[in-house]
Design a protein around this ligand. Structure first.
Ligand code: HEM
Ligand code: SF4
Ligand code: SF4
Length: 436
């Protein structure tokens, strides 16, 4: 290796797959160049990255310069530009831009696709990736500015694949694997994720918003893609009829034939499955009962928390009248505090071509694009302008399910037309009854 990396070398120890060992392996592969490639960026970029990282470990400071604005023509985002602040010492990473590549919903791949992508990236990039970025994108880590259009051309023309999003726009949507492999899925998360990504390509590629905006699609309240915490617009599957109960299967759980939680706790002895203690008594609304023979659920009082279904997946099943809830406004702490999604629509059918969902989205966008301040997330506009405003712009009647609890303070705004006589009052009239 080009540089001594005593601190990083320590991270090659231990059982977890070591990113240091992997980068060294890629560095060695590039040095050997078994395929005789005409590398388009420095052959030793991986070694320079390790050198730079070692320096950061020593200094305990980053060595990337501030910001970086690069991209491809036609788009306003998709590439995160980055320049090293010690380019003489580490010329291999003087440019080290990241390309976000749109991933398939649920991240199912064929080896053919991945090989093709690796071939492009080996030649024109560092050979290093992030599979995947937290938003969902395939992340190609490290290339130079002149390679951006080349990579984009090959991605689109040879692989029929597009870039992901970055900037003040719709970011790359993501979904849980949903119906492809999960019996809890209440709607086709992958399809709606794909469809809305396609429908809103313009909003994704060309920033037109006050700030970033994310969609995520969970097939059920378990939240495997964390839509409620990591997306401004979260679609979370649910049902509104009864949980399906297979009483024989319930007995098989009670008898020990089926393992609870599909064996998730088999690493420790938790004793024999106790349906009363582990399911009935844990139901948050206490709407279940077990008489020793039969399990009953008072579905009118079930909040669809998933606990009983998660515990006895072979006996209990989601209902047949399926759809999703929409929750808005999740964001990280900056500027005014972290938020999770707040329930806007308790139940919406999620069926092709997804017009009901799109109407909600577009109503929200019309409002936020107009009223949102510069770099104000939807969640912050909801705080500033009120949840009431969000209800109005989405033509939603306020209902009890919109709140966890009613307000405690009495600072209540009334609309003028709700108040008999309105707000225009004549002081003289008042004084005629009340002397000064
Ligand atoms: C029928 C008689 C009165 C009624 C209905 C009344 C009502 C109120 C109300 C609704 C508030 C606002 C409370 C809040 O902001 O949370 C208030 C505040 C206040 N009232 Fe009265 N009040 C009355 C008489 C008086 C009198 C006679 C005085 C003094 C001589 C007085 C002094 C104050 C003060 C100092 C505040 C606090 C203002 C503040 O915290 O900003 N009030 N009153
Ligand atoms: S969120 Fe629900 S439907 Fe989606 S993968 Fe997780 S458990 Fe299955
Ligand atoms: S889904 Fe949750 S609330 Fe509904 S019956 Fe099961 S444990 Fe109770």
């Amino acid at each position: 290796m080009k540089f001594e990396t005593p601190l990083l070398d320590q991270l090659e120890q231990g059982p977890w797959p070591s990113v240091v060992s992997d980068i060294k392996q890629e560095a060695a592969h590039r040095a050997a160049n078994p395929n005789g490639l005409d590398y388009q960026i420095p052959q030793d970029c991986c070694e320079d990255l390790l050198g730079l990282l070692e320096l950061s470990y020593k200094d305990m400071e980053t060595h990337w310069k501030h910001g970086g604005i690069v991209g491809v023509f036609g788009y306003g985002g998709g590439v995160i530009g980055r320049y090293c602040d010690q380019p003489e010492m580490f010329p291999g990473v003087a440019h080290f831009h990241t390309i976000r590549v749109a991933q398939p919903s649920g991240k199912f791949y064929s080896t053919k696709f991945l090989r093709q992508l690796c071939d492009i990236w080996d030649l024109r990039g560092s050979g290093l990736t992030n599979m995947h970025g937290s938003t969902g994108d395939i992340v190609l880590i490290g290339t130079t500015t002149p390679q951006l259009e080349e990579i984009f051309y090959q991605l689109t023309h040879e692989m029929n694949n597009d870039l992901g999003g970055s900037g003040s726009n719709l970011r790359t949507p993501a979904a849980c694997m949903g119906m492809s492999r999960c019996e809890y899925a209440c709607y086709n998360t992958q399809d709606v994720c794909y469809q809305l990504t396609e429908d809103y390509q313009d909003e994704l590629h060309r920033p037109a918003f006050p700030y970033k905006f994310k969609f995520k699609f969970d097939g059920c309240p378990n939240g495997c893609v964390c839509a409620m915490a990591r997306s401004d617009f979260a679609v979370v599957g649910t049902w509104r009829d009864d949980i399906k109960i297979d009483q024989d299967a319930v007995k098989a759980y009670v008898g020990g034939e089926f393992v609870p939680n599909a064996g998730a706790h088999s690493g420790r002895d938790w004793g024999k499955f106790d349906i009363q203690a582990e399911v009935i008594d844990r139901c948050p609304t206490h709407c279940m009962s077990w008489d020793g023979q039969k399990l009953t659920i008072d579905n009118a009082n079930c909040v669809r928390c998933m606990h009983c279904i998660d515990t006895m997946p072979r006996a209990l099943h989601i209902g047949d009248d399926r759809g999703a809830s929409v929750l808005c406004g999740a964001k990280a702490p900056v500027v005014d505090g972290a938020q999770m999604g707040s329930l806007l629509v308790p139940f919406v059918k999620v069926e092709q071509p997804y017009d009901e969902l799109k109407e909600i989205i577009e109503n929200i966008w019309d409002w936020w694009i107009e009223e949102g301040k510069n770099r104000e997330r939807l969640g912050e506009l909801m705080k500033r302008a009120s949840f009431q405003k969000l209800l109005e712009v989405t033509n939603t009647e306020a209902e009890a399910f919109h709140v966890k609890e009613p307000r405690a303070n009495p600072y209540i705004f009334f609309k003028e037309d709700e108040v008999p006589g309105g707000f225009k009052r004549d002081l003289a009239d008042y004084r005629s009854r009340h002397q000064r």
